[in-house]
Every structure is written in C-alpha cells, then in structure tokens.
Design a binder for this molecule. Structure first.
Ligand code: XMP
Length: 527
C-alpha cells in the first residue's frame, strides 16, 4: 500500500485514483497522521498538494517520523514545498504571480538514482501547475531533476535517499503522462506490486464480511435501488445469504413508481427480498412547514432511525425459531471513499457543507441506541469502482448506471417546505424529464439529472387563463466523482421540448428553468 498524506488539496483523491488505476493500492489519510501509530507499514508515501503556505503559522505539517520510516517519499506541489521547508525553511517563498495552467517541464538527467522518477519520459513532459509559493533554493543534498520557464526547481530529488518532489500535479489529466511518473514512483521506486484488482476485491470483501459477522448475527441494510446500496446488498447477500435483511423505507419523497420498481428488480435479478416500509404519511406530516434544508435532513434522518429500530426488533422476532434466528448486530452502509475522505479532513468536520444522512447522524444514533455495529463494504471505493464491481457481480446495467438519488429524496429538491402536492408535482416533472433524457439516448452521458421545484410562484398564461404556478428547476450534471461537476450541455431545442411537456402535463407549473451552475459553487442537489 502507498500512503497518501492529504494536505487539503481538491485533487488529493485523484492521486489515489491514478495509483489504483495502475493497480497499486493506496490509502489516503490526513497529513497530520502519526505514522508510527499505523498498524501497517506503507511501501511509500505521497504528500499531496494543499491550499496553505508551508511557512505560515498554523499550516499543516507531517509528523517528522515520516522521514524516519525509511520509505520513498514523493511530494506534490505543497508536498514538495513541505519536504524542502523541513530541511531549509528559507527555501520556500511566495512567487511573483500565481502560476496556473499548462507548463512545459524539462527533465534534467543527473544520475541513475535520481533519474528514476522521470524514467521513460524523454526530455520533457507537459504538466499542470497551480501554485503561488515556490522553491527559491535547493535544500541541502537535493538536486534539480526538472525545471520549467517559471520554476527553476519544478522537480527535485535527494542525492542519496529516495525522496522526490514535483511542483506540478501528476495526478491531473492535464498532465497527460503523470500516471507514468506515479508508476515510476510507486512500482519502481517503492516496489509496490501493481496487483490491486477489482476481482480480488469481491472475494476478499466477502471473506471479510463473513469473518466480521460470524455465523449467527443478522445484518440490516437500507436499500434505495441506487448503485451503492444495490452493490452493498448484493455483496452481503453473497456473503451471508438470508441473514442479510434489506429494507426500503418509503419516505413519501421517492421518485415515480420507485419503490415498486426497486422491489421487483432486486427480487427478480438479485434474489433479495426487499421489505418496503410505507412511511410516506409520517414523513410528510413531520416535514410540514419545515423549509430549512438541514432541519429537513435531520428530521428525515431521525425518522429513519426510529423506523430501522422498529424493523430490527420485528426482524429478530420473525427470525426466532427459524434456522436464521439471531440478533441484528450490524447495519450496512453504502459509504464510499469520497465520504470517508471528507470526514478525514485534518481540518475536522467544521467544513461540513451538508449533512449527508447516510454518512453522518443516522448511524451514530442507531449505533448507540441499538448497539449496532457499522459494516461498510464499499468504504475504500470510488463510484466508478463500485460500478465495476456491480457489473462483476452480474447486476444489470440499468441498475449499475442508475443516477444517484439522495436518501432524503425529493424533499431536498423542493426549495421551501414540502407538501404532498409539491412532491407530486416535482415527481411528475422529474419523470417526464428523465424519460425524455432516456428517449434521447442521453441518460448514460449524464451523471445525475432531476427536476426539482422552486416553491415561490410565477405568473403564467394558459389559453386565456392567468395561472400562478410553481417553477420547475431542471438540473443535469456530468461528474467523475460528484465532488465537482459541470452542467450538461443540452441542445436548447431539447430543453424547450422538456419545458413544453412539463407545462402541458403537470398541473400547477407555470415555468421551467435549466440550472446552469457548475459545482462549485452550486451543489448537485438544490439543498
Ligand atoms: P451535493 O448536493 O452535495 O451532492 O453536490 C453530491 C452527491 O451526494 C448526493 N447527496 C446525498 N445523498 N443523502 C444522500 O444519500 C443526502 O443527504 C445527500 N445529499 C446529497 C447527491 O445526490 C449527489 O449525488
């Protein structure tokens, strides 16, 4: 395993992705991690980039013991400056201007020891730079292995030890040969085996689940029909059979026909007997008059907990006197690596943008109240890796490629308070939008699309009638990791057709708008 220490860059996770794509397993931890406390020894360590300045008070720094581990180190951007600053605090300073964008990196050949980082890359590569601070001198015992017009020290290497630093970002696609550099570092310099395969993941994870759960305990899991929970449920089912109990709570804010379809698909294709708990009326009653997004999430989260607790008791009762009698001891969560990364930040949880209830509050209370333990088979995976596993497990393409749908459902796609009428309008509009997207063959090109509702009203005219209707907001984005996203570029004529269809078919709508905001700043959901 390669350990990536995160200094807070937006692209730290991409270092992991590149390494894993090379078959090299990597883990991301906060830069302040005490490496001597780890239960495993990394083959090599990467310091990521970060938004701070190494010389500022309060900036994040690595545990000095990192340098004593005697494993290769690669610093990227801030990580490179961290290496230099540790040795000589005058070697890093603010540049005259921010260097942002493409740069031609000239590779400087020195000797066979230090040249290993750029082996096979010829005399130069094109790279992506994004920095204000830069190295202004070489720390003792280091040599230059790469330079650009603006950065004399774009790549540095220790003369004797396997310590390297680059000012540019090899993890970005804008550095086309960056993966080769990361391969040189991880495989050739660190000696990591490029043998991380999804196939192995499934077998290893099933074995791990069996080991953890033992042969009596029951596992309760919330299934939504989304790819994460479906893959998680399928793994559980393969690992422990009927002792896995899948529940779908209908919170009254699901998409059109969703509960019925999910139940049918899971039963037919995956042999999972899904229990649908109809709690629509209850959710809508408790959500009445609540417009604050975080309050909505908290209410939804806490009703979920109550209902799961009830279900756990019911399931135990039902299982009594059957071959699967046992206690519900585990709760399955479809946590993915980006969620883990967010909660690992060395800045702590203060930067929470939204309480994703499938990550935050929900399990915490359940764990306490019910003494349940959390099982998270996907916690080391990114979305596209989950999809790859889903395919490998034989899950149908239409489920694997399904756009994500948030736990709180349509409730966080309605700006303002949620009523049955508003959910119904948003649901119908969403169904029309998604159906038209599918008919146009665009569904798989879009990462997530939906129709939400602005509950302020606008005036419209239908025939001779003045109407005062809601505003439907269409949103469609493309993203690799859901941490940033760009707006999907529809033809205007397609959008006009959608608008016409919604206004004609959904009573109570007077206007349809398309959201043109990328993420950041606009999150994918409206709330
Ligand atoms: P945002 O809106 O934060 O969404 O850009 C990123 C991804 O997370 C999903 N999302 C949620 N999923 N519970 C969930 O299960 C939530 O509370 C929640 N909020 C956002 C969102 O659909 C998108 O895929």
């Amino acid at each position: 395993t390669i350990l990536v220490l995160d200094f807070g860059s937006q692209t730290s996770h991409l270092i992991l992705r590149r390494l894993r794509a090379l078959g090299v397993f990597a883990e991301l931890l906060p830069c302040t991690t005490k490496v001597t406390d780890l239960s495993w020894k990394p083959k090599g360590i990467v310091f990521s980039g970060g938004p701070s300045s190494v010389y500022d008070e309060g900036s994040p720094h690595v545990d000095p013991a990192v340098f004593e581990l005697d494993v290769p180190i690669l610093g990227i951007c801030y990580g490179c400056q961290e290496i230099a600053w540790r040795i000589d605090s005058t070697s890093v300073a603010r540049g005259e201007a921010r260097e942002y964008g493409h740069a031609d990196v000239n590779i400087v050949k020195v000797n066979s020891h230090v040249d290993r980082l750029f082996a096979g890359l010829g005399d130069g590569i094109s790279a992506f730079m994004s920095h204000f601070d830069k190295l202004i001198s070489l720390p003792t015992d280091f040599v230059v292995v790469a330079a650009t017009k603006n950065s004399e020290y774009a790549g540095i290497a220790h003369e004797k030890k396997p310590i390297f630093g680059v000012q540019f970002h090899p993890e970005l696609e804008h550095t086309p040969r960056g993966s080769e550099l990361l391969r040189n570092f991880s495989v050739d310099i660190c000696g990591a085996q490029p043998n991380w395969k999804m196939g192995d993941f499934v077998q290893l994870e099933i074995a791990r689940i069996r080991d953890l759960v033992g042969d009596r305990a029951l596992v309760l899991g919330a299934v939504s029909g989304g790819v994460d929970s479906t893959v998680g449920a399928t793994l559980m089912r393969q690992a422990i059979g009927d002792r896995f109990k899948a529940i779908l709570i209908d919170n009254g804010c699901m998409r059109f026909n969703e509960c019925e379809e999910v139940k049918e698909t899971l039963g037919k294709h995956l042999g999972i007997d899904l229990t649908v708990v109809d709690a629509g009326e209850l959710f809508l009653r408790l959500l009445a008059g609540v417009s604050d997004p975080e309050k909505k999430r908290k209410i939804i989260g806490s009703i979920f907990v109550d209902l799961f607790e009830k279900e756990a008791i019911r399931i135990e009762e039902e299982a009594k006197n059957t071959p699967n009698s046992g206690k519900v001891e585990w709760f399955l969560q479809g946590t993915l690596y980006p969620d883990v990364i967010e909660s690992l930040s060395f800045r702590g949880p203060s930067a929470t943008i939204k309480t994703h209830h499938n990550v935050g509050g929900l399990p915490e209370r359940m764990m306490k109240g019910q003494g349940l333990r959390l099982i998270e088979p996907l916690r080391l995976l990114f979305k596209d890796e989950v999809r790859a596993i889903g395919r490998q497990l034989g899950i149908h393409e239409s489920l694997v490629n399904r756009h994500p749908f948030p736990g709180p459902g349509i409730a966080i796609r309605i700006l303002g308070d949620v009523t049955k009428e508003r959910v119904e309008i948003a649901r119908k509009a969403d169904f029309i939008f998604i159906t038209m997207i599918k008919e146009a063959g665009l569904y798989d090109q879009i990462s997530q699309a939906y129709a939400g509702l602005d509950t302020s009203r606008s005036v419209g005219v239908f025939g001779d009638q003045r109407v005062w209707g809601y505003i439907v907001i269409l949103r469609a984005v493309r993203t690799k990791d859901f941490m940033s996203a760009e707006v999907f570029d529809f033809d205007n004529s397609f959008l006009m057709n959608v608008s016409r269809a919604i206004c004609n078919q959904v009573e109570g709508v007077s206007r349809v708008v398309y959201d043109l905001t990328s993420k950041p700043p606009g999150t994918i959901e409206l709330e």
